[in-house]
Design a protein around this ligand. Structure first.
Ligand code: SF4
Length: 208
C-alpha cells in the first residue's frame, strides 16, 4: 500500500474531535484536485508498505483509535486497504475513514466514514451513489460557500445530525478569520460546528 505517514496525535476535527488517534495517511488522490488542498504532500510522497509492516508500526503506538485518511484512502480499497481494515478490526481497533467521496465508498458497518465533499470551480465533485455509505458529512466552509452547502444538503436529503461544518483555513489566521461567520451560519441553520484543532494549535505544522 502507498503510505504517506503514520503518526499519533489528537483528531483535530469532525465527530472524533479531541480524541487521541493514530493517523494512517495514504498517498495519492484523483483529479480534479482541490486548489486549497492542505495535504498536497500526500499526493505524490509515499512509500510502498506491506500490510504487516503497517500493522507493526501501528502497534508501537499506544492507542486504539485509528483515522485512515489521505490523499484519498479509498483509491486503495481494492489494493490492500480491505486487508488492512479487516486485520485492524480483528486486533480491536476503532476505525474512522476520511474521504472526499470522489471515488466509490464501500458499505462499512464496522467503521465511521466521514466524507468532506469538494466544491471545485462551481460544482460538487461527488459520486451520489456513495450517499448511503457515508455516516458523517463534514463541509469546509466560508461565507461564499454557505448557499452551496445548503443546496447540497437539501438536494441529497442529509439529516442535520450527519452534518458538521468546519471553517476553511490551512493556517491559524485563515481559520480564525472564517470562524465567526461559520459559527453564525451553524447557529442559524442548526448544524454542528467543528474547529480544526491541529491548525488552531500548531498553525499548519505537519504530522501533529
Ligand atoms: S480530495 Fe483531499 S487530498 Fe485530494 S486534493 Fe482535495 S483536499 Fe487534497
Amino acid at each position: 500500500m502507498l503510505i504517506n505517514e503514520i503518526f499519533y496525535s489528537l483528531q483535530g476535527e469532525g465527530p472524533w474531535v479531541g480524541l487521541p488517534s493514530i493517523f494512517i495517511r495514504l498517498g495519492g488522490c484523483v483529479e480534479p484536485l482541490c486548489p486549497w488542498c492542505d495535504t498536497k504532500y500526500a499526493l505524490d510522497e509515499y512509500t510502498d508498505m506491506a500490510c504487516s509492516d503497517i500493522i507493526k508500526q501501528v502497534r508501537t503506538l499506544s492507542c486504539t483509535n485509528i483515522v485512515i485518511t489521505g490523499g484519498e484512502p479509498f483509491l486503495q480499497w481494492e489494493s490492500g486497504l480491505t486487508e488492512l481494515h479487516d486485520k485492524l478490526l480483528e486486533l480491536g481497533y476503532h476505525l474512522q475513514y476520511e474521504t472526499s467521496g470522489k471515488v466509490p465508498v464501500p458499505d462499512l458497518k464496522d467503521a465511521t466514514i466521514v466524507c468532506s465533499p469538494k466544491y471545485i470551480e462551481g460544482m460538487w465533485i461527488f459520486d451520489p451513489t456513495n450517499l448511503s455509505n457515508i455516516d458523517i458529512f463534514k463541509f469546509v466552509a466560508q461565507e461564499e460557500t454557505f448557499d452551496d452547502i445548503i443546496e447540497f444538503i437539501t438536494k441529497n436529503q442529509i439529516e442535520k445530525k450527519r452534518v458538521y461544518i468546519m471553517p476553511i483555513g490551512a493556517t491559524r489566521e485563515e481559520q480564525l478569520k472564517n470562524m465567526e461567520s461559520v459559527f453564525n451560519f451553524c447557529k442559524d441553520q442548526g448544524y454542528r460546528m467543528t474547529p480544526r484543532l491541529h491548525t488552531l494549535t500548531f498553525n499548519g505544522k505537519r504530522g501533529v
